[in-house]
Ligand binder design. Sequence first.
Ligand code: COA
Length: 275
Amino acid sequence: MTDSTYLDGFLKGHVAFITGGGSGINLGIAKNMAAAGAKIAICGRTFSKLEAAADEIRAFGVDVFPVAADVRDLEAMEKAFLETEAALGSVSIAVAGAAGNFMCEVKDMTYNGFKTVIDIDLMGSFNTAKAAYDQLKKTKGSLLFISAGQSLDAHSHQAHVCAAKAGVDKLMQTLAIEWGPGGIRCNSIIPGPIDGTEGMKRLTTPETLPMLINAVPARRLGTVDDIGRAAVFLSSPFASYISGAVLPVDGGLTLGGSGMFNFAAQQFNAGKKSK
Ligand code: COA
């Protein structure tokens, strides 16, 4: 449940465009930005899903514009940004959040399966950045990418996502260098395991979930508000000197090997106690 009181006015006067904003982490980002006073455009493939999400965001008292477009289609994204500008004003915050995922070993993955995730996650981020550029240049805005832990560490059954998200973070850092002189800041968030999301449904089972939580130093799943608040901060004037950063918001999960080491240490202590 998004608490709007402390965010009040943080992003007043801003227009945020969020891909994948119809559900999950990206809807959480949209709600937190709305709670902070920004006008919101949410973009996704299915208009009916966006309309339902838009009603939830309007509860925060801001103008909301749902716009259907597939991030894999650059022309459609350019049109979506122009329609948003006409409806809400020039975009000052763009969030490239749309992503796709499934668990599959490379030996079983088809050419098209690998390409589909590269197209959504990496090409979709490129297309969002390209389509946002003219308006972000006008507003001296912020461009935020939703990356993943797969960008930092290799994950079994996730070669497509590892390749795509590593690409997203390097794209982001290159844009931070190229577009920084024009006043545009670029950053990434690496969400940890976030409760109730499509990603968690796809990547865990009831049996593996407790093991995953045990690997998080904070010993809990994250919430969509954990990511939404970080997104508000990185897109706000409070982060005006932060660009090119990859920020894990994951309770410490991406600290190299800490999860498995802590698990081993627990077993070691349990063994000592039983002696
Ligand atoms: N295992 C192996 N291959 C799979 C797969 C799975 N579980 N799911 C899809 N694929 C393959 C398909 O077989 C197809 O390849 P093929 O043509 O060689 O058979 C290819 O991926 C594209 O699948 P398709 O369903 O046509 O793509 P889509 O564009 O409709 O959907 C996905 C894209 C596959 C990423 C889909 O899961 C999706 O839309 N996800 C969005 C939500 C999401 O994943 N959120 C979590 C983000 S962390």
